[in-house]
Design a protein around this ligand. Structure first.
Ligand code: FCX
Length: 435
């Protein structure tokens, strides 16, 4: 009952059947309409993808297989010595739809630690990269280079059947999740400490504990923070850049390593995952200018100046959400519990008070509230992980949990290669004229 692949096997056939019946009965049902503004506007509001693991409500935020963030924090298993949810648990939940038991989660921790073994050529390639290559670019390269190990690609070459796709994808996903902390650690240790990474993981410990240890952090507070962080950033339905890129590239039957590296290239953009780095850069400049303990008015002035100079206020706004991101709230609660008096946390809290009205006053920003990236860097800073251009790599390690569980389901459901229709402006004008 702990073997995840067996658990999944029992679900796949039933789900295939349920969808087959649903499509037979309602396949021609109209889901929505597409306007020209939507086409020029980043396809906002177009319901065009099936993605099973999570669903975003514009006001309430994300739900993972129907569970909200507070519900997940409550019910997901914790480490024996901790009280934050384990990311292993959310992977089990996203993949199977069931809340895991403690035993399930311990099995998964062990399974990932057993599979953690980085191919020598990947290590060598990372070591050969110049040090000024951004950690996210190194991360993308490291993941893509692991494609040499893909059981999915090998299976395809050797003629696996369509019904077997998901099983091979599952094997790659498990190996990849096991190895992501190693890839991240090699980049971190080389980039910031000029050190080789001791690649040993403790098979009696959880994924986050081992990840923290690999980068030289053994403070239990940091490990607990990392467990929460890696749980919170895992998934945000299917249309965001990283999830959509993985989904799209995976639909060409590129192996999970290649599909995931494409997603990470998208996460590296400043309007998406890189925003957590941007927030810290922006906060550092704020501190440089205004000192450690600026007043409310000074912080408000700084937000206004940022807008006036034509820059975005990083960590605020969202393409779909219209309220404060519950992932922000969860991180705020963690900070409130562990370091309410930390000066940088106080600045972030004051921003939460003064920035939304300023953003709202512009009249054009759809969502003046903070998103996940507005808070995560502060947690890292408090525990001494101060290298901000590494922050998006943490986001990426977590994001793997969601987008790769979704990828297994996409293969299990036999989703075809993605190929929406595009139009030229002339063709659109013609369409309007002839209607
Ligand atoms: N600061 C300044 N201007 C902002 C803004 C912000 N935080 N958020 C939106 N705007 C601007 C847009 O740039 C756009 O301006 P324009 O009409 O002159 O081009 C206008 O307001 C309308 O944008 P809106 O519809 O509200 O937002 P979009 O869906 O276009 O973009 C993002 C959403 C998230 C990209 C946008 O709010 C932004 O740039 N925020 C800052 C970066 C950030 O925090 N990104 C992380 C998001 C997320 F959580 C993640 O993926 O990790």
């Amino acid at each position: 009952k702990n073997d995840l692949k067996q658990v999944l096997k029992s679900k796949v056939a039933a789900e295939q059947e349920r969808i087959k019946k649903f499509r037979k009965e309602h396949g021609k049902f109209k889901v929505g309409e597409i306007t020209i503004d939507m086409m020029y506007g980043g396809m906002r509001g177009i319901k065009g993808l099936v993605y099973e693991t999570s669903l975003l409500d514009t006001n309430e935020g994300i739900r993972f297989r129907g569970l909200s963030i507070p519900e997940c924090n409550e019910v997901l298993p914790k480490a024996p010595e901790g009280c934050e949810p384990l990311p292993e648990g959310i992977f089990w939940l996203l993949l199977t739809g069931d809340c895991p038991t403690e035993e399930n989660v311990r099995w998964l921790s062990k399974e990932w630690s057993k599979r953690a073994k980085l191919p020598a050529h990947v290590l060598q390639m990372l070591e050969n990269l110049p040090k000024d290559v951004h950690p996210m670019a190194q991360f993308v390269a490291g993941i893509a280079a692991c494609s040499s190990e893909s059981k999915f690609a090998k299976g395809y070459t050797e003629g696996m059947t369509k019904a077997q796709y998901w099983e091979y994808a599952y094997e790659d996903v498990m190996d990849l999740l096991a190895n992501l902390p190693l890839i991240a650690a090699v980049i971190y240790n080389r980039f910031y400490k000029n050190e080789e990474t001791c690649m040993k993981v403790d098979t009696s410990k959880d994924w986050s504990y081992n990840f923290a240890k690999l980068i030289g952090f053994d403070d239990p507070g940091f490990v607990e923070m990392l467990r929460l962080y890696l749980t919170l950033h895992c998934d945000h339905e299917g249309g965001n850049v990283s999830a959509h890129a993985v989904h799209l590239v995976g639909s060409a039957l590129s192996d999970p390593y290649l599909a995931f590296s494409a997603g990470m290239a998208g996460l590296a953009g400043p309007l998406h995952g890189l925003a957590n780095q941007e927030v810290l850069v922006w906060l550092s400049k704020l501190k440089q200018k205004l000192g450690e303990s600026p007043s409310e008015d000074q912080i408000k002035g700084y937000v206004e100046e940022t807008l006036k100079s034509g820059q975005v206020v990083p960590g605020y706004g969202h393409a779909v959400l219209r309220k404060t991101d519950p992932r922000y709230i969860s991180q705020k609660e963690f900070a409130e519990k562990h370091f309410p008096d930390y000066p940088l946390y106080k600045i972030v809290s004051t921003l939460y008070k003064v920035a939304p009205p300023v953003l709202q006053a512009t009249g054009k920003i759809q969502n003046p509230w903070p998103n996940v990236d507005a808070h995560s860097g502060v947690l890292m800073q408090y525990y001494g992980l101060t290298q901000m251009n590494f922050y998006t790599v943490f986001f990426g390690v977590s994001r793997a949990i969601g987008v790769l569980s979704a990828l297994i389901w996409s293969r299990a459901l036999g989703l075809p290669i993605e190929r929406p229709k595009s139009m030229t402006t002339d063709a659109l004008m013609e369409l309007v004229k002839s209607s």
